[in-house]
Unconditional design. Structure first.
Ligand code: ADP
Ligand code: MG
Length: 567
């Protein structure tokens, strides 16, 4: 090896390594899944790059992953003949974490094993998970299409630094050698490894092979010396999961595949697998994760589906096929309707993409509707992704009503912070004569719940939605109707309780207003330019006064957002 240098891991990597080793001990077998997943990704990438340049295969287009072990040496090796890495790739990919928001995320970790294990899952463990079972990891790799002397060896004990050196490597692709820790030697075992491959990587399209050595025997049953023949056996199913008929795929297989596609650690909540033939031809497999990824609100957080064209992997994170408000959906789209050399730029212009997008949007919304039949699961979904879904009515006019049906709210019916009441629930409970769905938007849940604007509603037993999420005002400015009923902000404009009020009450109110004209005049003078108008109200039953916004005025939340933006 030449040109050897020792480099320090980025701080975030060091933190992640520490946390992972400590908190994932009881899940440590997942290292194999992560390394196979990376090998499969590397094969996908080579197949894609080779579409334009067959020479990249270097005469070996039989893409595969090989797993070997050496019991005496206590090593496990995972090898692929995929795209490989050059020196810069190695330093960037195996020395840093390039995702934005990582540092902030890692700072949230507490040092409590169980809590952190969950959080790390949310982050995705990846390559570094090798260090859960190994105290030394060696990577040998060469990028496809480069010269034999462009190989790179990476080596680390996972303790803050790693070395990189130039090596000769006649094959392209990557080989990862794990030097197992004393208490992890059990993994250097045929049976164990085979089971793990079947358990976690059956659905990987690339064949995962393991060597099998057979020794011929003579007539008396004795092994003939020097007759050993090693053959490679494919251990996994090795067909793309989404291509197989639904009826033949078990839940466990769907779940395992999700983890590969989503780079997630935990099971998905649900999925929807569809083959479409006709004008458009595509297969989609969409998943709802059970937990928000740490970068859900990052501007450049990863989102979108994994795109395949006729089974050939094209790109990760193809974001053109789902609207932004469904950015939490993960999965695969495989289509015949796009060309193999499609690029992100082309995707933005192709009208077929819009057609598939609207079809996938419907699928995703239907999947959520189905999920909503299970209260507990839907609540998990809502707690994680509800505020993203609330962007829907503003972004997707065509599906406004559908999205509205999926929303959940806190309301005066429960007075609980848990957002678990649907608009349909509300409508069912509407008072006789009530024509509108009432809501209030405030700073915090308590401010909403205790608002003086609610006094009259509570007195009359009329339910009000209690809103205090950042996006709520934006949501309500686009959600003007549900099930034919208008939505009305109780803090804006004239109070109109519809037919819930009787004539007598109305008359009494008018009389009070008349009687107080003098008072109103004096208050108006005192407040001067600070207010637009002062009126007698029957909104209040206990409080003496409250501030009301004009009907079409921007709400408090929007004002604050505009102010923050310097407007
Ligand atoms: P992720 O797979 O989510 O990107 P990983 O930590 O698993 O994260 O891997 C980090 C990066 O290292 C990958 O994105 C890839 O660029 C590179 N990498 C890892 N394993 C391989 C491999 N076998 N072949 C080529 N590149 C790899
Ligand atoms: Mg990975």
């Amino acid at each position: 090896a030449t040109h050897e240098e020792t480099l320090g891991f980025q701080t975030e990597v060091k933190q992640l390594l520490n946390l992972m080793i400590n908190s994932l001990y009881s899940n440590r077998e997942i290292f194999l899944r992560e390394l196979i997943s990376n090998g499969a990704d590397a094969c996908d990438k080579l197949r894609y790059a080779a579409l334009d340049n067959d020479a990249l295969y270097e005469g070996d287009s039989d893409l595969r992953i090989e797993i070997e072990h050496n019991t005496d040496a206590g090593t496990v090796t995972v090898r692929d003949n995929g795209i490989g890495m050059d020196r810069d790739d190695v330093i960037a990919n195996l020395g840093t974490i390039a995702r934005s928001g990582t540092a902030e995320f890692l700072n949230q970790l507490s040092g409590e094993q169980q809590k952190d294990a969950k959080l790390i899952g949310q982050f995705g463990v990846g390559f570094y998970s090798g260090f859960i079972v190994a105290d030394e990891v060696t990577v040998r790799t060469r990028k496809a299409g480069t010269a034999a002397d462009a190989g790179v060896e990476w080596h680390s004990k996972g303790e803050g630094e790693f070395t990189v050196a130039d090596i000769e490597r006649d094959k392209h692709g990557t080989e990862i050698i794990l030097h197992l820790k004393e208490d992890a030697k059990e993994f250097a075992d045929d049976f164990r490894l085979q089971n793990l491959v079947r358990k976690y990587s059956d659905h990987i399209e690339v064949p995962v092979r393991m060597p099998k050595t057979e020794t011929a025997k003579d007539d008396e049953g004795n092994e003939i010396e020097g007759s050993e023949v090693t053959t490679w056996e494919t251990v996994n199913e090795a067909t793309a999961l989404w291509v197989r008929p639904k009826s033949e795929i078990s839940d466990d297989e769907y779940k395992a595949f999700y983890k590969h596609v989503a780079h997630d650690f935990s099971d998905p909540l649900t999925w929807s697998h569809n083959k479409v033939e006709g004008k458009l031809e595509y297969t989609s497999l969409l998943y709802v994760p059970s937990r928000a990824p740490f970068d859900l609100y990052e501007r450049d957080g990863s989102r979108g589906v994994k795109l395949y064209v006729q089974r050939v992997f094209i790109m990760d994170d193809a974001e053109q096929f789902l609207p932004l408000y469904l950015r939490f959906i993960k999965g695969v789209l495989d289509t015949r309707d796009l060309s193999l050399n499609v690029s992100r730029e082309i995707l933005q212009q192709d009208p077929k993409v819009d057609k598939i997008k609207s079809a996938l949007t419907k699928r995703a919304l239907d999947m959520l509707k189905k999920l909503a039949k299970n209260n507990e699961q839907y609540q998990t979904f809502w707690n994680n992704f509800g505020s993203v879904l609330k962007e829907g009515p503003g972004e997707d006019f065509a599906n406004r009503e559908k999205v509205a049906g999926l929303l959940r709210f806190s309301t005066t019916h429960t007075d609980s912070t848990t957002q678990d009441q649907s608009l349909a629930d509300y409508v069912e409970r509407m008072k006789e004569g009530q024509q509108k769905i009432y809501y209030i938007v405030a700073e915090s849940f308590n401010a909403a719940k205790n608002s003086p604007h609610l006094e009259i509603f509570r007195k009359k037993g009329i339910e009000v939605l209690l809103l205090n999420d950042r996006v709520d005002e934006w949501l309500m400015s686009h959600l003007t109707e549900f099930d034919g009923k208008a939505l009305a902000d109780v803090a804006k404009g004239e109070l109109d309780l519809g037919d819930v009020e009787d004539e007598e009450e109305k008359k009494a109110q008018e009389e009070t207003a008349k009687a107080k004209e003098d008072l109103v005049k004096r208050v108006k003078e005192a407040l001067g330019d600070g207010v637009q108008d002062v009126k007698v109200t029957h909104r209040l039953t206990d409080s003496p006064a409250c501030v009301v916004l004009p009907e079409h005025e921007m709400g408090f939340q929007m004002r604050r957002i505009m102010e923050a933006a310097g407007q």
